[in-house]
Design a protein around this ligand. Structure first.
Ligand code: FHN
Length: 600
């Protein structure tokens, strides 16, 4: 890793990578945090299969069936016969969104197949022309959203259109298309349809574009994108625009939020609005043999994790051709809604706290300043500690009160506060399923000790590249490989120094263990730990090989834990733990982590 990347690597976890959000338009979006995505269109009738053949290509996105299975337009259109028009009721989707605690609904007004879900005067490849009786789904959805107080967003596939002869589809990578022909599609389909959507359905919360390349990498020109953007600003100045338009939030202030990749959750706190589009399983459109259902806890973790980094979470439903939402989706959404009824305060209007939101092994954190001026940090516990003690590292102010969010009486929980550590006494059981939320209230914004490595809830400190304060020397962090059986590590091909900051609450002795891989036949280096005047020196020992997975000839370098010795922390307080790594043979060793374990 070069010096610049090294600096960036250590800045990111501390939340320094930021672009201040200043726009007013996206305030509701930043506040509301949670929305519904609906993928529904002709493809819903195919259910991931065509003429008995499963969707081609490894990525089972059922809405891609027309392109993947090379279905002619006329045949594809016949899917309308599979729709049960009497049963389809968009209001039911909106009601489900409301029950799930979602605040907006974004529907695929036109997906890549080019089929419009509204009565489009400019292009007759639309649902109104082909449904019996004639339906305008966007109109119905808009009325339902209005009735139930949710915002409506419209997904519009601007770049890809498999219906229009001059729209983009990936075969054009082979046969090509000139800019003039593509602009024909743009001017006769995209722009008139955008105008219809922006004028016929009252307030539109957002237009959600879907191009996963920057415009410079494909046929779309910047002028075309600016044309759409200006149309939106002219007709619906408050309508949000996402970055998959093809312009980033950094380059154009009219782009209101950044959309991450599909199911890509946030990693770093960002200061501008951003969002993850996510599925409950894998496919966006309904797929008959879908089987990758995520648990409710996983979905809640994704929502909470994004909010804890200032992000938004838009979760997809793929209804069937009769409008029905799969049971697996419906039950999970309702369970999330139940959780939000009790714990919504930790999500709506909440955002990132100053500590890394995932630094504790018990769960995640979110934060808010209430209208009454109370600062609340929310501790989302995915693992209720068996010893009924919850440890929070890094806050250096004493909370005025701690209680469970599910407790209507806000019965105070007992706690100890010691400089940078809060230990909370929990009741026997959490009051709700999935994730229990503990609230810490403060009169002022709680100050933090930056860069402190959190104590694990069961005791001890795991020190590695995630929570180091500094690292001298240029080295590359090797990401896990062979399905994670070779863990993240560094090659010690030069002398390296690392430093961590920890807070010792209760004085005492700690074992120091370290994990590394040494493939030489003897010692090939030295690991030295220094804490104040105390030093531990360890000569590396051969760690040998191991088998990562049976019957696969999966022989890999072994990373083994080695005890270095113990150090006494004589009094409560902050300590620097310094590590020096030195290799001295041709075969350098690989280093993984340091572990401090209290000796009881
Ligand atoms: O190709 C589409 C896909 O079908 C789906 O609509 C997702 C949703 O984010 N967007 C594209 C892939 O990123």
């Amino acid at each position: 890793m070069n010096k610049f990347l090294m600096v960036l690597f250590f800045l990111i976890p501390l939340g320094v990578l930021a672009q201040k959000y200043t726009g007013k338009r996206a305030e509701w979006f930043v506040h509301d945090r949670f929305g519904m995505f609906i993928h529904w269109g002709l493809y819903s009738g195919a259910e991931g299969y065509w003429k008995g053949e499963k969707l081609r290509y490894g990525n089972d996105y059922a809405e891609w069936i027309q392109y993947r299975n090379r279905i002619a337009k006329e045949e594809y259109l016949k899917l309308t016969d599979r729709f049960d028009w009497d049963k389809i009721n968009p209001e039911e989707w909106v009601i489900l969104a409301k029950e799930a605690g979602m605040k907006y609904v974004t529907i695929t007004a036109k997906h890549h197949d080019g089929f419009a879900l509204w009565n489009s005067a400019s292009n007759d490849y639309n649902i109104y022309e082909h449904s019996k009786p004639k339906r305008d789904i966007i109109k119905e959805l808009s009325a339902a959203c209005k009735k139930h107080g949710l915002k409506m967003g419209l997904y519009y596939s601007h770049w890809v259109d498999w219906e229009h002869p001059d729209g983009w589809d990936h075969t054009k990578e082979i046969y090509g298309i000139d800019q003039e022909a593509y602009d024909g599609y743009w001017q006769e389909k995209v722009i008139p349809q955008m105008r219809e959507l922006l004028t016929q359905y009252e307030d539109i919360g957002m237009i959600w574009f879907d191009m996963w390349f920057h415009h410079s990498e494909t046929v779309v020109s910047k002028e075309q994108l600016v044309q759409i953007k200006e149309l939106i600003r002219e007709l619906q100045p408050d309508c949000l625009i996402n970055s998959r338009l093809g312009l980033s939030v950094e380059e154009d202030s009219d782009v209101d939020f950044r959309t991450l990749g599909d199911n890509q959750l946030g990693k770093n706190k960002l200061e501008y609005p951003w969002q993850t589009p996510a599925t409950v399983a894998h496919s966006w459109g309904f797929h008959a043999t879908e089987n990758q259902w995520k648990s409710t806890s996983t979905l809640l973790r994704s929502l909470i994790g994004n909010v804890g980094l200032n992000g938004n979470f838009m979760l997809n439903i793929g209804p069937r051709a009769n409008g029905e939402v799969p049971y697996e989706i419906e039950t999970r959404l309702k369970a999330m809604g139940d959780w939000l009824k009790t714990n919504g305060e930790a999500i709506y209007g909440s955002g990132a706290f100053d500590l890394p939101n995932d630094q504790h092994d018990w769960g995640l954190m979110t934060y808010k300043l209430t209208g009454e001026g109370t600062h609340k940090t929310f501790l989302h516990l995915f693992n209720w500690p068996l010893n009924k003690k919850l440890k929070v590292s890094g806050i250096v102010d004493q909370p005025r009160k701690i209680y469970l969010l599910a407790d209507k009486q806000k019965e105070p929980l007992n706690f100890d506060f010691n400089q940078a550590k809060i230990t909370i006494a929990l009741p026997d059981k959490p009051m709700n399923q999935y994730v229990a939320v503990v609230v810490m209230e403060f009169d002022d914004k709680p100050q933090i000790e930056r860069g402190l490595a959190a104590e694990l809830n069961a005791g001890g400190y795991s020190l590695d590249f995630n929570n180091t304060v500094s690292m001298n020397g240029e080295t590359k962090i090797i990401t896990p490989s062979r399905r994670g059986s070779i863990p993240r590590h560094i090659n010690v091909d030069q002398p390296l120094k690392m430093r961590w900051k920890i807070f010792i609450d209760k004085p005492g002795d700690y074992f120091f263990d370290t994990s590394y891989s040494n493939q030489a036949t003897g010692s090939n280096g030295q690991i030295m730990v220094t804490v104040g005047n105390d030093k531990l020196i360890h000569q590396t020992k051969p760690t040998g090989k191991t088998v990562g997975e049976a019957n696969n000839r999966w022989v890999i370098d072994n990373f083994a834990s080695n005890r270095m010795g113990h150090i006494n922390f004589g009094k409560s307080g902050f300590y620097d733990v310094e590590l020096k790594l030195m290799s001295d043979l041709e075969k350098k060793f690989k280093w993984q982590w340091l572990w401090l374990e209290p000796i009881n």
